[in-house]
Each structure stands twice: as structure tokens, then as C-alpha cells.
Design a protein around this ligand. Structure first.
Ligand code: PGA
Length: 250
């Protein structure tokens, strides 16, 4: 049975190991109550070794990273190798988040990161989504923008199962999400575009942008949406537990 996927993107939070360990413990407990939901926790990379130890052999949650470099080892100051992540038991990696794109990450780099992740067996979660200025021009303009991102980011990637997180940039951290029906339309569009590009597999599409325990069901009740990428609400274990509970009811 396919499980809905909930990915917690902690971004650059929290700022201490103590807070991180506490939040992680609480989240693992909550996730243990809902085995029909695939829960992925993506903390800052520095917390991953400790979390891996906490989880041991029976992970209630899967570990994710927020970025990866495309080379496996060598003189690349500040980068994290895909092999380092798999060695830590990391299963997923977020790639191309708008908060990285705005700092200068290019489609060429994203494309190399996706290929490197697949090569070592990491599951990439590719983030796409239009800025407000494009959205104002309408649905067709937004679709074209997202299609261009998919074409550039997935150049030469043909046969793999990919997870796409559709995150309209204006809805991220805004407290006000996209209309669920518009997110569903975009998810269908993304699947249509990718079905034509990728040969064997059916891509999964998550929605991201101000998802919380109250609104998650409004999105995930649609079969077109395979899960959610959650920022702010994943930093509050009670809210996140509620979000998992609501998702498990679907
Ligand atoms: P948000 O962030 O849930 O705080 O809007 C989502 C994301 O950026 O992945």
C-alpha cells in the first residue's frame, strides 16, 4: 500500500543539539503512532549522526538531508558527499529548494546533484515552484515556469522514480497556503509533463507551503498529491503530531 509522505524540512533550526534532540525524540514518538504515514525528517546535517544513533535499526522515521554535493570525495571545502549521507543511513535528500536557488544555486548544479543522489541510492526530492510575480500572470505562466524548471533540473534523468515537491514560493513560510485545488491542478500538470519525459516510473508529487495540522487534509485528500513538505509546522512537535494524525486518517 502506498503511504502518504510527510517530509519535515527543519531548515537551519534549531540552534542547539539539546533542542534538536528533544524535538527529534518527540517527533519519533509521534511518528511511531502512525505507521501508515512515511515520515521523513530532514534536519541540518550536523544533527544526522546523533539522530541515526537514536533511531538504531528500527527507524520509525526516515532521515533526509537538505542538500548534497555532486562529487563523492575530494577537495571541495564545505560540501557534503552523497556517500557520507548513505553511510549515515540517510534515505532522502531535498534538492533545489527555493531558499537555495535564491542564493544562487543553478539548474545545472541541481541537475548534477540529482544524478549524484540517484547514483548512490538516495531518493531526491526536487523542489520546484513559481514566484509571486509569475503567479500574477496566471496559471499558464506558472505551468510554463515549472515545466522549464523540470526540463532543466531533470536533463538526462530518464528512468528513475523521482519525488517532486511543488512549492509556490509565495506560499512558503507565509502562513497562507495555496488553494488546494490549484495545487492539485499543478500536481496533475507535473505528472503529465514527467510521464512524457520519464519512461518507467510514476513520479510522486508533494505540496509544500504553509502546510499545518489544520489544513493538511485539504491537500492530501486528493490522490494527485502524494504528500507534503512541511517547514514551520515541523518545528513544533505537537503541531507536527497533529499533522501526522490527520494524514493517517486519509
Ligand atoms: P513552510 O515551508 O511549511 O514553513 O511554508 C515549507 C518549505 O519551505 O519547505
Amino acid at each position: 500500500m502506498f503511504k502518504k509522505i510527510i517530509v519535515a524540512n527543519w531548515k537551519m533550526n534549531p540552534s542547539s543539539r539539546e533542542e534538536a534532540a528533544k524535538l527529534f525524540d518527540e517527533v519519533v514518538k509521534a511518528a511511531g503512532l502512525f505507521p501508515n504515514v512515511e515520515v521523513v525528517i530532514s534536519p541540518p546535517a550536523v544533527f544526522l549522526p546523533e539522530f541515526k544513533k537514536t533511531l538504531g535499526d528500527k527507524p520509525e522515521v526516515k532521515l533526509g538531508a537538505q542538500d548534497v554535493f555532486w562529487e563523492k570525495k575530494g577537495a571541495f571545502t564545505g560540501q557534503i558527499s552523497p556517500l557520507m549521507l548513505t553511510d549515515l543511513g540517510v534515505s532522502y535528500v531535498i534538492i533545489g529548494h527555493s531558499e537555495k536557488r535564491v542564493l544562487g544555486e543553478s539548474s545545472e548544479e541541481i541537475n548534477k546533484k540529482i544524478k549524484a543522489a540517484f547514483e548512490v541510492g538516495l531518493k531526491p526530492i526536487l523542489c520546484v515552484g513559481e514566484p509571486a510575480i509569475v503567479r500574477k500572470r496566471g496559471v499558464k505562466a506558472s505551468e510554463k515556469y515549472v515545466e522549464n524548471q523540470l526540463t532543466a533540473d531533470l536533463k538526462g534523468v530518464a528512468d528513475y522514480a523521482i519525488i517532486i515537491a511543488y512549492e509556490p514560493i509565495w506560499a512558503i513560510g507565509a502562513g497562507a497556503p495555496e488553494e488546494p485545488t490549484s495545487a492539485v491542478e499543478m500536481a496533475s500538470f507535473i505528472k503529465k509533463v514527467l510521464n512524457a519525459k520519464l519512461k518507467d516510473r510514476i513520479p510522486k508529487v508533494l505540496y509544500g507551503g504553509s502546510v499545518d495540522g489544520v489544513n493538511v487534509k485539504n491537500f492530501l485528500k486528493y490522490k494527485e498529491l502524494d504528500g507534503a513538505l512541511v517547514g514551520g509546522a515541523s518545528l513544533d512537535s505537537k503541531e507536527f503530531g497533529k499533522l501526522l494524525n490527520k494524514t493517517s486518517e486519509l
